[in-house]
Design a binder for this molecule. Sequence first.
Ligand code: ARG
Length: 588
Amino acid sequence: MKKFMEIMAEELSSAFEKAGYAPEYGRVTVSNRPDLCEFQCNGAMAGAKAYKKAPFMIAEDVVANLGESSVFSKVEVVKPGFINLNVKGEFLASYLKEMGEDPKFSVNEAENPKTVIIDYGGPNVAKPLHVGHLRSAIIGESIKRIGRYVGDKVIGDVHLGDWGLQMGLIITELKHRKPELVYFDDSYQGEYPSEAPFTIGELEEIYPCASAKSKEDEEYRNEALEATHLLQQGKPGYTALWNHIMQVSVTDLKRNYDNLKVSFDLWKKESDAQPYIPDMVQAMKDQGYAYEDQGALVVDVKEETDTKEIPPCMLLKSDGASLYTTTDLATIVERMKLYHPDEILYVVDKRQELHFIQVFRCARKTGLVEKDTKLSFLGFGTMNGKDGKPFKTREGGVMRLETLIADINEEMYRKIVENRSVRDKDAEETAKIVGLSAIKYGDLSNQATKDYVFDIDRFTSFEGNTGPYILYTIVRIKSILNRYREEGGTMENAQLLAPMNDSEKNLMLELTKFGSTVENAYEEKAPHKICAYIYEVSNAFNSFYHETRILGEENAAQKKSFLSLLELTRNILETAIDLLGFSAPERM
Ligand code: ARG
């Protein structure tokens, strides 16, 4: 289905053509003087130079050729040559009717769907999920949903960090605490126990303790490095421990992501790339890309046009151990082999940008990906506290995700109970739903690349540009629709009529933008554009609501028209928030 703006542009383009000008000048934009008109065409201004003619004259020629239009109610040439446009109410209503019947509300599905792998979440096994992982999960999940809506084949991969030093640290600490465990007995030949020798609670305590020790104690650190290396080489006792760590940790991670309504198609991990490393490294050596530098194996990735230094990409350390870069490269090999993606998108903290520049360049240079395979990096900014520094607990420690969510839900609960008198159980469930909108909208409404301030008071407010405000609007619409039904109303023969007043027209005009907003948000990997859109729609709806008697309308056909507009508004808002990764309750 055509976009609303496209239809207008077609009208203008054909008028330009009839008047003897190039049709490309017929582009239409939203008016930047909403007090004067709804849309405008600046083509005559742009064409003045090419045709050596005053823009005003061109504009007059064009308007003379527009003729009787079923689209515009007003067409006006203003000095020095703008064409100001208003849309006919009947046309607007008929467009929205068609949009309402379109299963995707005017989003056109991709004709040639692409396979896109999104690498997001990226938690590290055995380390508690903290707020740093929150952004990746929220942004990645939203882009995945938008991509699917637009028709691409999107595969979400959590890409667990299970292969790094944190594993060696945990093994080392365990060895110090419980040296008698069979996992540390090199002569042990039997089966390893099926029960893990620790709980998730213990695991979460072991890691920070080991990490702190390794920073102070060099011998301890070397021990952990050695353990990491032995694990990577498949030492049986360590592999058995690693399996326990994985099992305990992944169960916990899945529970956390469920609460966030984030889900992955693949639970792949860094270690899955391990089998691809030897052949990949060998090939890079054979092709002459990899060379030894101070004992390490590296590939040069700098380019002539670089303005800052891009160091070589390191494949193997001098002791033969692989690195973060090595796993990421081998994961590309695996992904190409198993899924043949057209694009791999990484949603990772922007402080890792250099790492990805190196990995992408190396992958391209050494032919790990095809020429037209896109490798993209969406580097997001830091989530800061009100003090402008990375978000911390009151005590200054790393904030656990669970604590953060509990805090938000508690605040939400307080506000909801304050607002109404319903049974507590219901209020608690509602607080969770609304709390999630507060967190996700608070994050997604900012451009992903920018840092933002996590402000619980602001995010949980029912007013302003917040998730709860959007949900409040949806719930308001639902309750009007419910009341209508409870009073015995039906939607039989409901017809959307031309708008009755400016606020209704404004709401209708906002709704027409859904398709182009979603397509553009996907193209630019910019969920914040959907947030900005639904904020506008909500504002437009609320003005309409305050200025219009909806259920009190006496003309039955008009009343049904209002209610169909409400249904469309609700459907569009609910679809949009689903793309952002949250939902609305029935009541608040
Ligand atoms: N686990 C990593 C971290 O916490 C993020 C992984 C991102 N994805 C990747 N393919 N490198 O920093």
